[in-house]
Design a protein around this ligand. Sequence first.
Ligand code: E4P
Length: 222
Amino acid sequence: MKFFIDTASLAQIKEAAALGVLDGVTTNPSLMAKEGIAGEERVRKHYVDICEAVDGDVSAEVIATDLAGMVREGEELAALHPRIVVKVPMIKDGVKAIRHFSSKGIRTNCTLVFSAGQALLAAKAGATYVSPFIGRLDDVSTDGVALIRQIRTIYDNYGLHTQVLAASIRHPMHIIQCAEVGADVATCPLSAILALFDHPLTTIGLEKFLADHRKAQQPAKV
Ligand code: E4P
């Protein structure tokens, strides 16, 4: 399973990339706003900076919600860097835009997906990635991981090539559960990736190894 980081923070992207396990980045307008990135020129420069900080796909979301606007914006975003993936919302014009981009060889990430039917539409339109938001489903007492499993089954039934990108991940167990049910990608906050490192027995075990090593270096008593 590929690991993407879900942030627009260059510092966090660089920290995750330095771990050697990062495969890409997803952003959205809220994450860009959180970093204070505003204005068309700054937004576009920031996407290029992200592409230069990580060796993997970088999702950049369109703001327009009509077909002509999404097509224009998406083509401009895709021209910024070969690894940009155009992120398009799951609405009727979004699906039409995905079909357009797919016919032009522009890769897409269909976002704001909350049902298997939406995921099927995105795949039929030729989306490169589909982003089911599992944390936001859990927030409304609906099983987000179950949706990933359902989409995996449907895509496998028909040999659909759209990659299942589990999004809105809140904690390390989400990552493990998504891996168990066969998500192609998990896009995670840095905190969830870092939490995967932690186990108390690793900490205790390492302390013991080092203490025993230190003891063995002391001269033997006669
Ligand atoms: C990623 O592509 C999504 O925009 C993101 O995972 C949404 O996460 P949130 O529900 O934590 O905002």
